[in-house]
Design a binder for this molecule. Sequence first.
Ligand SMILES: Cc1cc2nc3c(=O)[nH]c(=O)nc-3n(C[C@H](O)[C@H](O)[C@H](O)COP(=O)(O)OP(=O)(O)OC[C@H]3O[C@@H](n4cnc5c(N)ncnc54)[C@H](O)[C@@H]3O)c2cc1C
Length: 311
Amino acid sequence: MLAKTKLQVLVPRLSFTRQLSVTRISLNTKQHTQIPPINTNISSQSKSNSNRSTWTSAALFLFGSLVGASYVSYKVAGNPPSFLFPQSSITPLNEVIPPQYGDPTEAIAEITKLLGPEKVTNTKSDLDQHSDTYWSTHHATASQRPDLVVFPETTEEVSQVLKICHKFKVPVVPFTGGTSLEGHFIPTRQGICVDLTRMQNIVKLHKDDLDVVVQSAVGWEDLRDYLDDYGLMFGPDPGPGACIGGMIGTSCSGTNAARYGTMRENVLGLTVVLADGTIIKTKQRPRKSSAGYNLTGLFIGSEGTLAWNCR
Ligand SMILES: Cc1cc2nc3c(=O)[nH]c(=O)nc-3n(C[C@H](O)[C@H](O)[C@H](O)COP(=O)(O)OP(=O)(O)OC[C@H]3O[C@@H](n4cnc5c(N)ncnc54)[C@H](O)[C@@H]3O)c2cc1C
């Protein structure tokens, strides 16, 4: 056992000594070589030539890589591939993939259960009335009828209805006064018409601040009569029977527009419901505010395609 242990210790010592001696020898040889023999000279010259050509190739390769990389990054920055991000911020209509709609049967069942039978209808006269109007310059075809008309009474109910329609991919159209003239509310994809006419409360008048909070189906004539008692007035005056919701939807004008502006100049802020049922408030009442995106302005005139105003 002892002998074995000694041997194990000795072996590394031996190899260490050998390494040292080899090193020493090679150092000595270099120091003492004043004039190398001819043969050695030739081989070292060819060695240095080959070294030089290796370096030249490496430098060329590096330079080529740099030029190539710069060119590729220039190309990518100037014309980025579509998998990185879209080519432009505007997609032409003919390149847009049309939405795929779902079967409305299940949505109708869920909405009827949610609102109760007194807030839904599918009688022929109701479906016709929510598809077309005598005044319109465009008329609905026989098949352009909604499958159901629903009458929510609160913003929360509108949100619930939209959540269900979003879940089943059912097309929806909002409706208030029905006086718009260019086929605005024709249900070209059928689906569900959401009639907001039961939301017709004047919520609060702030006389000193010269603003009033109203629901979507307050008619402009009713608002005019109400404000008259306070010595106030509301400017926009479109077709008889038009309501605030649709007036915001179309950004209507009227005979007073030249003096008092269109709907766009008269709306301070909105409570809207988005397509997936999310409720958002675009702004508080104070006029002295400049914060953030002008979402109010974005939604006014969007004809129910971006959001539905409820208040
Ligand atoms: C005789 C006559 C005169 C008219 N004169 C004028 C005029 O001078 N100036 C003018 O601008 N217009 C005028 N109009 C057109 C019409 O009155 C306006 O377009 C009015 O703004 C429509 O309001 P409404 O409540 O009837 O909306 P609707 O016809 O019910 O709906 C209009 C659009 O808004 C959408 N919508 C409805 N409710 C909402 C909501 N809550 N949120 C989001 N979108 C909604 C609908 O889907 C539709 O696309 C006139 C019409 C008639 C018949």
